[in-house]
Structures are given as C-alpha cells and as structure tokens.
Design a binder for this molecule. Sequence first.
Ligand SMILES: Cc1cc2nc3c(=O)[nH]c(=O)nc-3n(C[C@H](O)[C@H](O)[C@H](O)COP(=O)(O)O)c2cc1C
Length: 415
Amino acid sequence: MARILLGVSGGIAAYKALEFARLATLGGHGVRVLMSETASRFVGAASFEGIVGAPVLVSEFERDPMRGAFPGEEPPGHDPIGHLELAANCDAMLVAPATANTVAKLAAGAADSMLTTSFLACTAPRLLAPAMNDRMYADAATQANLATLRERGVEVIEPDEGRLASRGEYGRGRLPDPERLLARAEAALPAGERPWDGLRVLVTAGGTREPIDPVRFIGNRSSGRMGIALAAAAARRGAEVTLIAANVALPEPAGVRRIDVESAAQLAAAAEAEFPRTHLLLMAAAPADFRAATTATEKMARADGLELRLEPTEDILAALTATRAEGQTIVGFAAEHGGDGVDRAREKRQRKGADMIVLNDVSDPAIGFESSENAVTLIDAEGEVEVPIASKDAIAEAILDRSGQLRAKAGGPAG
Ligand SMILES: Cc1cc2nc3c(=O)[nH]c(=O)nc-3n(C[C@H](O)[C@H](O)[C@H](O)COP(=O)(O)O)c2cc1C
C-alpha cells in the first residue's frame, strides 16, 4: 500500500481531513500529516496522531521522531532533514483542505512552514483540494493561483457546490467528501501502488431495450449512473475495467473500456464473452425480464391495434454464476419495492449463486434510477449492511469496499 503525505491548512473543512486520514489508514495506506499553524486552531494534532499512528509536524524546525518514515516502516539510522525526507518518501501528497492563503503561497513557491516546504520539495504526484467561501474561491487571485498550480502539474480537486460553513450561504467552495478525496489520491498513485492493480472488473450498466418494431421498444428507467460510478471507482483503485453499457447516455469514465449493447440478449452475449477473464463482476444493469415474442419488421400502424405477447428473457446473472471459476466474485443487484425486499433479495442471492446482492428500494423516489443519490443494503452470506443515502460515488465506494473484503476472505488477489 502507498505512503500518503497529507497537508492540512486552516479552514473549517479541516475536520474532514480527519476522516480522510481515517479512511486512508483503514485502506492500508501509511499516512503522515503536516499541519499549518492555523490548521491547529481548527482541529487538534492529537486526533490525527491517534488515527494515523505517527507524529504530526507543523514547523520545519521540529525534529521528526520517526525521521521521515511512514507508519509501519523502520526509521533510517540517521536524522534526516524533515521537510525533505517526508516529501521524498511519499507516493503522493494531498493538501486538503487547501485554504486560499495556502493556495496563494504554493502558487508563489513560498516555503515558510513544514507543509509549504514539503510541497515544494515533493516530486511525487501532488494534489490540492481548495475549500473556502464561494467568493474567495471565485476571486480572480485564487483562480489565477489554481491555474498556475495546474500548469505546473498539480492536480486540483474542484470543490463541490452546496451549503457553505458561513450561515445561510450557498455556493462553490465545499471540500468534497473524504471518500472522493481518497479515491482521487489513490488514482494519482503510481501503478503498482494502487489497491486494485492487476484486478479485472466487469461492470454492466443501464437498462436494456427490447424491440417491438423498428421504432418502439420495452425499456426501463435505469440511467446507468450507478454502473458508471462503480466503473469509475474501480478504475481509480487501479483495476482494469470493462463497462457493458445498455443504452447509457453518459460518457464512460477515463481509462474504462466500453462495450455498447441494446437488448438483454446482447447484454448476455457480451457478458458471457467477457466473464471468463473477470475477477469481479458487478451486474448493475437492469436487463428486461420480458421481451416481445415476435418483433414486427416494419413500424406498426396505430389503426392495426397492438396485442403484445411477451416471453421471459435469459437470466444473465444465473447463467454467469453457473460457469464461474475459482477466484471470481459475483455481485448482483436487485430493485425491490419496499416490504419484504430484504427477504426477497436474500433469496435471490442464494438462488442465483451470487456472492453479494446490492438491494435498491425503488419505492423511494429520492433514490435510485435517475437520481444522483442512492441508498442500498448489501446482502452477503454473513448478513446485511445498510448503506444510508449518499451520492452514487460514495455508494460505489461502499460496494467496492465490501466486494474487496469478500475477495480477501475468499483468498482472491487484490481488493
Ligand atoms: C472561522 C474561520 C474559518 C475560516 N475558514 C476558511 C476556509 O474555509 N477557507 C479558507 O481559505 N480560509 C478560511 N479562513 C481563513 C484562514 O484561516 C486564514 O486565511 C489563514 O491565514 C489560513 O492559514 P493557512 O493557510 O496557513 O492554514 C477561516 C478563518 C476563520 C477565522
């Protein structure tokens, strides 16, 4: 796992950096923390130290008791210069939150603290997550400073738009969720250091269309957003990702191989062809359960009337689990309408032989199909875990975390 150097400057969102440190440490990374003087007025060094298991440094004149080593590593036999050693040893450096002041200093190349000197000396990938009031963020000085840093190869993680810390204010300036910060930091890590390097992931997304005649079809409301979020999250972890997209209008995430399909039969054929080389299958698509038994070759006229006879489509998930080899993990999805949905999803997992079922309650209009948010229940052989309402990106991370745990338990590589 990687060594992540976290710089924390003095803004309200500094409390979110604690959660970042916790998630990164839980994820197996070694984390060292550098704080600006001001940051310690917002959160305490003791909290970071307790979470990462290493001392926090503020001034470049402080002695580093770990002599530039990351948690889990042996310190060197000599006493190196602190601000050079941590910067040289890390695999990536993230400044989060980055205040307007710290952004300005870094753009100017100022080096007046442990955080700023280390940033200047760091040749590993450097990331910056600005967080501030929307007017401070929109100001030409801040934007010019960020543009300068981008030009120099620093990855700027755009702040989110939403409710700001100052009472009643709303705008762009919020620090993104720690899960997303971690995903971006992991994506920036060199190959070989990312947690899912070497893992091949197959994701299906979207909803199938079953033709009635050349212009009409039976479809469903799946937008493909959940599958896209899963593909993006797996790619950020370093996996080689193939996305089978059924009528998805959204672009595929960077680095993801895409196969477009329309009908359930095409989805089944593509999935069967890709499955043998897959380590982790995530079946987020909504294939139709029925198709028209006969399809008209020409557009049908209203005057002729329409009587449809439907026949069931192939059960793609069950067909794939029947051919599974050792080391393959299969995650299915179930859209259920409230009530005893958990029982039905539990039964579906067993009947289809999947390792896990992700249950969506489609009776709640605030989540699911076309929404950018979701809430799911993860059902596996050990029981259920509820993932409360969150962005589909955050839900994707939770699904991948649990899939990785299942793979680790089964002795599979990566995850
Ligand atoms: C209550 C309070 C909240 C603040 N929040 C932010 C913030 O979210 N973002 C920011 O850029 N500055 C914020 N500031 C201003 C910074 O703390 C100030 O610019 C400081 O000099 C930053 O120092 P540093 O960049 O060395 O950490 C805040 C100040 C106060 C008093």
